[in-house]
Design a protein around this ligand. Structure first.
Ligand code: BGC
Length: 818
């Protein structure tokens, strides 16, 4: 299949790599204020609880266009009363914004009184490196001060996966041509506010100004401590830092670095500590100073801790923060770093993807960058989800969307199911808010999840693009069903899954009707599908399809519960008022669901009105406005045209591909390819996956090239605001579900690998029902190896190009490419 010039024009063209191509690292070779904002996202670190942007210890005075100091705790938000011009009943009255918390990374360095600043004096040998295998950030450089004093500087930072509340930093300074004073001024800066860009009212709503009221600000020896409460959401954040300064003797100042040979002495120098909490004072500082000579290295180890009233009672916060800091100090920076590497090592052992062939290294770097950010952004404590921007920036106010369930969760289901479960737990945990929301929308039973949220309540201020996306219910159910199939976790189904499936399914049974004018078929009106350029439509194909499959899965789950776990079923009935007759209605809807269909082309239009809309004429739109329609055109202008922002029907055809013939998928794909603008980062990866399944392998490859390095090379020019988590995880799906042709549907695991011409081979691993399966695809063959056999059955069954395969411990299956 040849890609037409027109289609190709619609795909965004790849940019030149921003950073050098390296397999396990991302390196910034020069510091430049102009690219700082974007690079802060590249170098952001997180552990799913704390998130911190890749800002510098020097705390530069960047403005709203050049940088953002950002420190976040997943789930910690501030609200503001939303002022609407014309609010409707049910509009959320309070916003939720991931709140920027006090900054404790700031550590200013003075060499004999001269302040280290990368824009003064001279910087050489600069490199800032993200170590994706080991999970830390490093910066190295030599700085010659304006007066000619030269120091080698190395900073390292990590956000610990093992100690959820801890961020650790090491600052090393080696005098190269002088003996003098090295002074660190470490700060707890509580004068922080969100940056939230004011340019896009649809996606960003405040909060503007400082929102945490300081309640405690203390210095105690070399420990700084803070507590503050938000003005409206009334949540308390606590944080603190502890310091240890020492001097090491360096043996050998040879090129390429020095070797430390033990600690010569450990002294705090003339440590001064100062702090202020008088009116207007919002910072506490700890000053550490020592004398250092050539041949010595000064090291400052700093531990930082965040905790909030969402995790524990307010009264225990201080004690907790101080004891976590002590524990972190006892563990020490080196040990924290080792633990980090081990933790990440376990993830990479399963999740890493190998690609050999043209551009292999660049693609592998892009994939690892994506997976690293996904891995570090997912909430893991059952109370938090994962933002569309992870914890890497303030974009989308830190909200969780369907991006988690449809894009991110599948990757975790197959690589780290424990994390997938925690993300599902978050939805379960907010089921009550979803129940309340359903009532607001007029549903007497069931639960309707919010389109965007942090605390479980709807935070979308614009219902046509928000609450109307009812498909979120089915998306969550889809992710849950996938988790259950792939892990075989019946306990989860019994304890939480059945309730989640049932409560969300009930909405479908209430939202539509068996319409006479459609031959008694079940129609769902006035919803928005995934495509945000076609809103408040009737019978969105994706929504109807996902709703039907949701009802099917929910009915099966409840029938299983009734039969196998009657006591659990009784509890569910009691809690939700569920009646068995509801299942009959669900069955009827499953049987009679309506789908828009056009006979002539044999396609499923996106919704009832799609084919009536005016054909889109790109020529009318000035080039600079093309990718920014909502910023430049009234929504009505956009919505009246026959075009699409992102994968919508095509996504449904991927997720439930077993229900359609290949020809059917091909016809629809051909149609949607012509009308889809890919203005959302969630689109190209899905088109690529579907293209693989219908044999358009080279076209799939082009789509893949649009998504694999999308963030690393900043194709959308908005990486400064945070990662595009959905696309990042979508690239994992593009390899495994796309090229590998993997699906898990109706309890069957299937593969149908294809290989793009540019590649010699690729390989990946997936976890399936306690087993670890390795897949390698070359131009000659595909090899499937059971690497670990952990399931109850002690074997794994799957199909390859429709052939049934069964492997036992150590088993291998090879098939020549067909
Ligand atoms: C997309 C949505 C997505 C949101 C957050 C929007 O531009 O259209 O599908 O959920 O971004 O990533």
């Amino acid at each position: 299949m040849v890609v037409s010039a027109e289609t190709e024009g619609k795909m965004m063209t790849g940019k030149k790599p921003i950073y050098p191509i390296e397999e396990w690292t991302v390196t910034e070779e020069v510091f430049d204020r102009k690219t700082n904002y974007r690079n802060e996202t590249t170098f952001s670190l997180s552990n799913g609880y704390i998130g911190t942007r890749g800002t510098f210890e020097e705390a530069y005075d960047f403005d709203v266009d050049t940088g953002l100091e950002g420190n976040f705790v997943n789930g910690f938000y501030e609200s503001e009363k939303i002022r609407y011009g014309e609010a409707n009943f049910g509009s959320p009255m309070y916003s939720q914004s991931l709140l920027n918390l006090p900054n404790l990374k700031e550590t200013k360095l003075y060499i004999d009184g001269e302040e280290f600043h990368m824009e003064r004096g001279q910087v050489t040998e600069y490199a800032r490196i993200l170590h994706m295998k080991e999970g830390f950030l490093e910066r190295g450089l030599v700085w010659t001060s304006p007066s000619g004093k030269a120091v080698r500087i190395r900073t390292q930072r990590l956000v610990s996966f093992v100690m959820e509340h801890i961020m650790a930093a090491r600052y090393e300074v080696t005098p190269l041509n002088f003996t003098g004073k090295v002074r660190f001024v470490s700060k707890l800066q509580a004068d922080v506010e969100n940056h939230t860009r004011k340019t896009n009212p649809i996606v960003d709503y405040g909060p503007f100004g400082r929102k945490l009221d300081v309640e405690r600000l203390e210095q105690d020896g070399q420990t700084l401590y803070y507590e503050g409460t938000t003005q409206t959401s009334r949540l308390t954040a606590a944080c603190g830092s502890s310091h240890r300064l020492y001097v090491q003797e360096i043996s050998g100042m040879a090129e390429g670095g020095e070797t430390a040979c033990g600690v010569k002495e450990q002294r705090a120098g003339e440590t001064e500590t100062a702090c202020g909490m008088q009116a207007g004072e919002l910072e506490a500082v700890c000053v550490l100073e020592t004398e250092a000579a050539r041949g010595e290295r000064v090291v400052l180890d700093k531990m930082i801790c965040y905790a909030t009233s969402l995790d524990r009672s307010r009264e225990t916060l201080e004690c907790f923060v101080r004891s976590e800091l002590e524990k972190a100090e006892e563990t020490g920076f080196e040990a924290l770093k080792r633990q980090q590497e081990e933790y990440l090592g376990r993830f990479w052992e399963t999740a890493d993807i190998a690609i050999a062939g043209a551009g292999g290294s660049a693609l592998v770097q892009g994939l690892r960058f994506n997976q690293f950010h996904i891995f570090q952004s997912a909430g893991r404590n059952s109370r938090t989800g994962m933002g569309a921007k992870g914890l890497s920036g303030e974009g989308y106010e830190g909200h969780y969307f369907w991006d988690t369930e449809m894009y991110v969760l599948p990757m975790f289901v197959y690589t780290e199911p424990e994390t997938a479960q925690k993300l599902l737990d978050y939805r379960y945990h907010t089921l009550d808010q979803a129940r309340a929301r359903a009532r607001v929308l007029g549903h007497e039973k069931g639960a309707l999840f919010p389109w965007r949220t942090i605390n479980g309540e709807e935070a979308s201020t614009y219902y046509p693009l928000g609450t109307a996306q009812y498909h979120i219910n089915a998306d969550i159910a889809y992710a849950l069903s996938l988790y259950l199939q792939v892990t075989g976790d019946r306990e989860y189904l019994k304890e939480k899954g059945a309730e989640l499936l049932a409560e969300t399914a009930r909405i479908w049974a209430d939202v539509g009707s068996f319409a006479e004018c459609r031959g008694g078929r079940y129609c769902i009106c006035c919803v928005t599908g995934p495509d945000e350029y076609n809103v408040l439509v009737d019978n969105n194909f994706y929504t109807n399809l996902m709703a039907r499959e949701h009802l099917r899965d929910a009915a099966a789950a409840l029938r299983w519960l009734i039969k196998e776990e009657p006591a659990a079923y009784e509890r569910l009935k009691e809690k939700t008022g569920f009646a068995e007759q509801e299942l009959d209605l669900w069955d009827e809807i499953v049987e009679k669901m309506y789908f828009p269909y056009e006979e002539k082309r044999g396609i499923y239009p996106m919704d009832d009105g799609f084919l009536m809309r005016k054909p889109w004429d790109e020529e009318r739109i000035p080039a600079e406005k093309r990718a920014w329609l909502y910023e430049n055109y009234h929504p009505l202008f956009i919505m009246r045209h026959r075009m699409s922002k992102q994968a919508d029907a095509v996504l449904g055809l991927y997720l439930h591909s077993h229900l359609f013939t290949r020809e059917e998928i091909q016809r629809n794909y051909d149609f949607y390819k012509e009308v889809t603008l890919h203005h959302s980062s969630l689109s190209t990866c899905i088109f690529g996956i579907v293209a693989c399944g219908i044999g358009y392998v080279e076209e799939a490859y082009k789509y893949f090239m649009q998504s694999a390095r999308m963030d690393l090379d900043d194709y959308h020019n908005n990486f400064y605001a945070g990662i595009h988590a959905a696309n990042m995880a979508g690239t994992w799906q593009a390899v495994v579900n796309g090229f590998g042709g993997m699906r898990c549907q109706e309890g069957v695991l299937r593969f149908a690998p294809v290989l793009p011409q540019a590649w010699k081979s690729y390989s990946f691993k997936v976890k399936y029902q306690g087993n670890l399966l390795g897949v390698t695809v070359t131009s000659e063959k595909s090899v499937f190896s059971l690497l670990k056999c952990g399931g109850v059955e002690k074997k794994i069954s799957f199909t390859v190009y429709g052939e049934q395969v069964e492997l036992e411990e150590g088993g291998k299956y090879e098939i020549s490419k067909v």
